[in-house]
Design a binder for this molecule. Structure first.
Ligand code: GLY
Ligand code: MN
Ligand code: MN
Length: 412
C-alpha cells in the first residue's frame, strides 16, 4: 500500500458520478507579514504524500471511470529567491505516485472543474468539512466547501471523512514504518532526557533536551506540543506551559513524541526528577503500570476503545481501593479522568468514530494515568500499540518503563 493505493481505495468508496476535491491548505496569517508554520491537511497528505501549501487533488468518478489530477503552483523564480525551491511537476508526481501528465498547474484546476460541471454528469462532491469545535475559525477546506455549495446548490455535498476514516484507521506497511521510526527517535530522545535530568532544571529545559535530540535524530518536528509537567503540573492532563522548576523529590510527567514522515509517535513516561522514586510514588507508579499492561493484554481485533478503557479503569479502581485511597471503585474518576486510548497516525489523535471495532493494522495508544493533586503526584505511562491478527505488538516495547529500569538508567 502507498499513496497511490490510498487514492484507489478512496475511488472505490466514492459514489458514481462524483468528484472529491481536497486542498493541501494555506498557511495561517498571524500578524503583519508573519504566518504560522504550515501544516498540511491530513487527508491531502494521506492521498498524495505531499506537504506543500496551495496544492489541490481532484478525483473524479464518472460512470465507473476514475480519473485523478493534482494541481500545483508553477515555480516562480522571484518567490524561490525568497522562500526556496518549489516542487516541480516531476517531483510532485514522484512523491504522489502519479502519472506526470496528471500533474498540472493551478490555473487548470478551475477549467477542469468547470468542464466537470458543464459537460459531465456530476451529482456528488466530497470535501473535507470536518469541524472539531463549532467556535473554531473555518479551516481552508471548509471555506472552499462552503464556496462550492453556495455556487452549485444542486450538487450533493459529502464529508470526505465518512469515506476516509475507515481507510485511515488501518495502517499499511509504509505508514507503520514511519510510526516505528518516530517511536525509535522518541525512545532515544527520552534516554537523552534521562541522562540529563536533575533537580532545579526548568521544565522547558527538559523539553529542550527532548526536542534537540529529536532534531538531531532526524525528526523535523514534534507530533504535538511537548508536555513536561513536574509535581502538581503532572496532574494537568495537557499542561504545555512547561515553565516551572522541576523540584527535587518530585516526578516529572513527559508526554511527547517525535514526528517522522508526517506520522506521529505519542509516548508518556514519568520519571523521578532526582532519579529515585519515593515509596509512595512507586506504589502509584506500579499501579498505573499494571493498568497499562492489562490494557495491552486485552487489545485485539473485535474490541472497542471503550472496552479497553474499562479494563484499565478497573485495575486502577481496584488498586486505589486496596491502597485505601478511595472507598469504592466508582470513585476512581476522582483520580483517573481521561480514557486509555485513541487511534494514532498522521494525526496524534487520529480520525476514528466511536464504537468502531479494532482491526489488524490499527495503531492505538495505551495510556492510563493517576492524578493525585493532594500529593502532587501525576503519573501517566503511554505506549503505542499495533493491533495484530490475535492481539497487539507494543511498538514502543523498548522505551524504558519499569521503575527499576528507570532508576538503573538514571543512576548510570
Ligand atoms: N499527547 C496527548 C495524548 O496522549 O493523548
Ligand atoms: Mn500522549
Ligand atoms: Mn495519547
Amino acid at each position: 500500500m502507498s499513496f497511490k493505493d490510498h487514492r484507489a481505495s478512496l475511488a472505490l468508496a466514492m459514489k458514481d458520478n462524483s468528484m472529491a476535491i481536497v486542498y493541501a491548505g494555506m498557511p495561517l496569517h498571524q500578524n503583519e507579514d508573519d504566518y504560522a508554520a504550515f501544516t498540511v491537511n491530513s487527508n491531502f497528505f494521506y492521498l498524495t504524500g505531499l506537504e506543500r501549501e496551495g496544492m489541490i487533488l481532484l478525483m473524479t468518478k464518472v460512470e465507473g471511470v476514475v480519473s485523478e489530477h493534482l494541481y500545483i503552483e508553477e515555480a516562480d523564480p522571484l518567490e524561490e529567491r525568497w522562500t526556496g525551491k518549489m516542487p516541480t511537476v516531476k517531483e510532485a508526481a514522484e512523491t504522489a505516485e502519479m502519472d506526470e501528465a496528471r500533474v498540472q498547474f493551478l490555473p487548470s484546476f478551475m477549467s477542469r472543474v468547470n468542464y466537470m460541471l458543464s459537460r459531465v454528469k456530476v451529482d456528488h462532491v466530497y470535501f473535507d468539512t470536518f469541524v472539531n469545535d463549532i467556535n473554531d475559525l473555518p479551516h481552508y477546506n471548509l471555506v472552499k466547501a462552503r464556496e462550492f455549495a453556495a455556487k452549485c446548490p444542486a450538487i450533493e455535498m459529502h464529508d470526505l471523512r465518512n469515506v476516509l476514516v475507515p481507510l485511515r484507521v488501518e495502517k499499511d506497511e509504509d505508514e507503520i514504518d514511519r510510526i516505528r521510526k518516530a517511536i525509535e527517535i522518541t525512545k532515544k530522545s527520552l534516554e537523552f532526557v534521562m541522562q540529563n535530568l536533575k533537580p532545579g532544571m526548568m521544565e522547558y529545559q527538559v523539553q529542550a533536551d527532548f526536542e534537540y535530540s529529536c532534531r538531531k535524530l532526524g525528526s523535523k518536528k514534534q507530533a504535538f506540543a511537548t508536555i513536561a509537567g513536574s509535581g502538581i503540573n503532572g496532574c494537568m492532563l495537557h499542561y504545555e506551559t512547561n515553565d516551572h522548576v522541576a523540584e527535587d523529590g518530585t516526578l516529572i510527567l513527559l508526554d511527547l513524541g517525535a514526528q517522522y514522515g508526517n506520522y506521529a509517535s505519542d509516548i508518556t513516561r514519568t520519571y523521578p526528577v532526582n532519579g529515585r522514586f519515593t515509596e509512595r510514588q512507586r506504589q502509584y507508579y506500579d499501579l498505573v503500570l499494571a493498568a497499562n499492561y492489562a490494557m495491552r493484554d486485552a487489545a485485539k481485533p473485535g474490541v472497542t476503545l471503550k472496552e479497553l478503557n474499562d479494563v484499565a479503569k478497573k485495575v486502577l479502581a481496584e488498586g486505589l481501593v486496596k491502597m485505601g485511597k478511595i472507598e469504592s471503585e466508582e470513585q476512581v474518576g476522582k483520580y483517573y479522568m481521561h480514557s486509555v486510548s485513541h487511534s494514532m497516525g498522521i494525526d496524534t489523535h487520529d480520525c476514528t468514530f466511536n464504537d468502531m471495532l479494532l482491526e489488524p493494522g490499527w495503531v492505538i495508544t495505551d495510556e492510563p494515568g493517576l492524578y493525585i493533586d493532594e500529593e502532587c503526584i501525576g503519573i501517566r505511562i503511554e505506549d503505542d500499540l499495533l493491533i495484530t491478527e490475535d492481539g497487539c505488538e507494543v511498538l514502543s516495547a523498548d522505551v524504558i518503563r519499569e521503575a527499576d529500569d528507570i532508576e538503573a538508567f538514571m543512576a548510570k
